[in-house]
Structures are given as structure tokens and as C-alpha cells.
Design a protein around this ligand. Sequence first.
Ligand SMILES: [Mg+2]
Length: 275
Amino acid sequence: MTSPSAQPLPSRDRDAGDSPAGNTRDGLSDEELDAAECAFFFDVDGTLLDIAERPEGVHVPAALVSDLHALHRRAGGALALVSGRPVRELDTLFAPLRLPAAGVHGIELRPDTGAEIDVRAPRIDDGLRTAIGAVTNRWRGVFAEDKGVGLAVHYRAEPDAGPALKHALADIVAGRDDLAILPGHMVFEIKPSGHHKGGAVEALMKRPPFAGRFPVFFGDDVTDEDGFAAALAAGGTAFAVGRSFPGARTSLSDAAAVRRLVHRLAQAQPAERRI
Ligand SMILES: [Mg+2]
């Protein structure tokens, strides 16, 4: 595979509505987000990418891959994806780019692109998998996504199923202190308890190149709230995309706005501003 640093990535497919730097600021001061001093943490679905009907249906704009590549370099490597998806899936989505990443809500951690993926929980057991499969079979549009160390039960195609589905899943994990249900956008994540995106941020902020930088977390969902809190607790800031969260900015309306900001940050010339 071609190394992402060996050649420029394509820059076509830019989002409609993009404009030269300075036209739309989303209420930001570039001085606050100098890539040379920041550690960036990005949720993926709904934050960098538009949500799709099924997880495999997302579109990854080539321009976003190019901009993330540039911003990762500008930030001295301190840019990580923090997602509910497994890290290997993130690698496939953003190929040929590989980034530091936390997968499955912090259960998987790869602090730098050359490291192995550290899986910090055992695989879920087959009994649980079977029980959840029996529940999802009650609805045509409900399905389980197997992440190895967790399961995501999606009901986007069957929104009315939400309350009954939640109840049935709660029955399955009742009495299991080792498991937790994390609600998200039309999804319930069943995963080992004690792991969340905030833990991933804390772990990454202890190591170079993240340590000592200003953490900035971008997320759109309930599952990002621990990430917001960890960034704020470490003296950084958080962008709640299309929703509100105490202490977080809310000026980015959707994933397209995040992509425009990533583009501006990737293109910024902070050294010139400091003279
Ligand atoms: Mg999300």
C-alpha cells in the first residue's frame, strides 16, 4: 500500500458550499485552534461523515481524507478518530490514510499509526450474541452489527421499534455488571461496561504527541458526552455537532460544517499569525 505520507491525496469531491478561508467562521477564532498546539479528537459517523441508513453505506469524501491527512501532519500527529466503529473498519473507510484511533467506544486503542490495536476487553460471548439475534429478528428493519467486543443494534429503518427494543435488550443484560447499553442515534450499543470515549481521550492525552496539548473533541451523539467531558476536564474544548452539551460549543450544525472547519484548519498558516 502506498504510504499516506508519500504522495498527496486527492482533493476532489469537496463539499458543496465550501468557501475560501474567512468567509464562514462558525463562530470560531482560528487563534483558539492552532493546530500546532491542539490535540484533535473526532467522532466519525454524524461528525466527519453524514449518517447513512446502514453503517457500510457511508460516503467518505476524498477531500476529507486529504484534509485529515494535512491536519494530522500540522498537529504533529496529535489527531485521532474516536468512534464506535472498530479501528480496522476506520482504516478501511479512510484508506489509504491511517490515523491514531480509538474504536468501539474506547475498547480498542491504537495511539499511533505504527502501533498494534490494543483491545482492552474480551470478545462478547456467543450466548449474548444469540440472545440479541433472537430479539432483532422480531423486526424486519432491526439488525445487529457485530464488533467482536460489542454489538450495535440498529433500528434506523424501524424507528417505532425503539422503546420495545430497548426494553428487550435491557432484559438480556439485566444482572450482567460486565455489560452496559449505550443509546445513540437509532442504535443501542451493547458493550463491556467501564469503557467509553472519555477514557480513550484520557489515555491518549497521557502520551506523546497528544500530551501537553489543548484537547478538542468533536462529536454529535450521546455516546460522545464522555469525550466532551474528558476534553473539558483537561482544559480543552468540545464541539457538540448539531446538539447541545453543557460547556461545549454548538456552532457546528452538521458534518458538512465539521468538514469545512477541518479544511480551514488544515490550510491555516498559524506561524504567520504569530509574528
Ligand atoms: Mg457520531
